[in-house]
Design a protein around this ligand. Structure first.
Ligand SMILES: Nc1ncnc2c1ncn2[C@@H]1O[C@H](COP(=O)(O)OP(=O)(O)OP(=O)(O)O)[C@@H](O)[C@H]1O
Ligand SMILES: Nc1ccn([C@H]2C[C@H](O)[C@@H](COP(=O)(O)O)O2)c(=O)n1
Length: 241
């Protein structure tokens, strides 16, 4: 944690495709800077879990939007122990299940759902500027697909974290199957490439928007990527870990 509390809260926005390393890198960067951590992908996953739990067909856009408008979601923003509760149920593990990964794009491409979750995300980001927040007013790092462009286009640092298709497939295959051989990478294509293709129909996260700095992690290990992101933050904000 940094020794002193800066006078103005810092907002860092990180976007990128599936498997680029957003969550792993963001948690470490937020920890090093003493910031809260908002995993917006987890919010779309939690909304999907809730709709499935309530028996709402995901292709019924109006019914899904109505459920999400009343989503009883509580996000814990400690980067070292982030939590996700829906209706008092701890869903942190359940939302990582392949069942949710397969279904989540149907919810994330619902424009009424996006409007509601963007509203919640902006409120969560604003709250971390308050002295009695998790971060003690130091600020927040939010990661997802549209943070640099839609949710927080005025963030102090905006970063697009990318990696080659092969690197992303291999990383996810290792996570899910414990190996990155050809069969495992093939089995992972739906969770990574099909999902990105579906999500890309409503939000752009493959090319950096104006003012957004690209960090390509294809040839970097996790710690090198964390350092590269911290370097960008220090360069554009003057705040160092
Ligand atoms: N630079 C890196 N080098 C090697 N492995 C990495 C690197 N960055 C992340 N990883 C690993 O890749 C896997 C996927 O990373 P992570 O879940 O953070 O990606 P993500 O962008 O948040 O994906 P998604 O959007 O699908 O949730 C993790 O196991 C992580 O440890
Ligand atoms: N800001 C965001 C964050 C996430 N999504 C969508 C895209 C993904 O399919 C899904 C889950 O995200 P993940 O946990 O894999 O990062 O949510 C989005 O559309 N906008």
């Amino acid at each position: 944690m940094p020794g002193t509390t800066p006078s103005t809260p810092l907002v860092i926005a990180i976007d990128g495709p599936s498997g680029s390393g957003k969550s792993s890198v963001s948690k470490r960067v937020a920890t090093r800077l003493g910031l809260a951590y908002l995993d917006t992908g987890a919010m779309y996953r939690a909304a999907t879990w809730w709709c499935l739990e309530r028996g709402v067909p995901l292709d019924d856009a109006d019914a899904v939007a109505a459920e999400v408008a009343a989503l009883p979601l509580v996000m814990g923003v400690d980067p070292q122990a982030p939590t996700v509760h829906v209706g008092g149920v701890d869903v942190a593990e359940a939302i990582r299940d392949t069942r949710i990964s397969t279904a989540v794009s149907a919810v994330a491409t619902n424009l009424a759902v996006r409007a509601e979750l963007v509203r919640l995300q902006r409120a969560a980001i604003a709250a971390q500027g308050l002295p009695d927040s998790f971060s003690g007013g130091r600020g927040v790092l939010a990661e997802g697909r549209d943070i640099t462009t839609v949710v927080a286009p005025d963030a102090d640092a905006r970063i697009l974290l990318t990696a080659s298709e092969d690197a992303r497939l291999a990383r996810r295959a290792l996570d899910v199957h414990g190996t990155a051989d050809a069969a495992a990478m093939l089995a992972t294509r739906d969770q990574v490439l099909r999902r990105d293709a579906d999500d890309s129909t409503v939000v752009q996260f493959h090319v950096a928007a104006d003012g957004v700095v690209t960090v390509d992690s294809s040839d970097l290990d996790l710690e090198q990527t964390v350092q590269a992101v911290l370097d960008v933050v220090a360069t554009v904000t003057g705040r160092a870990a």
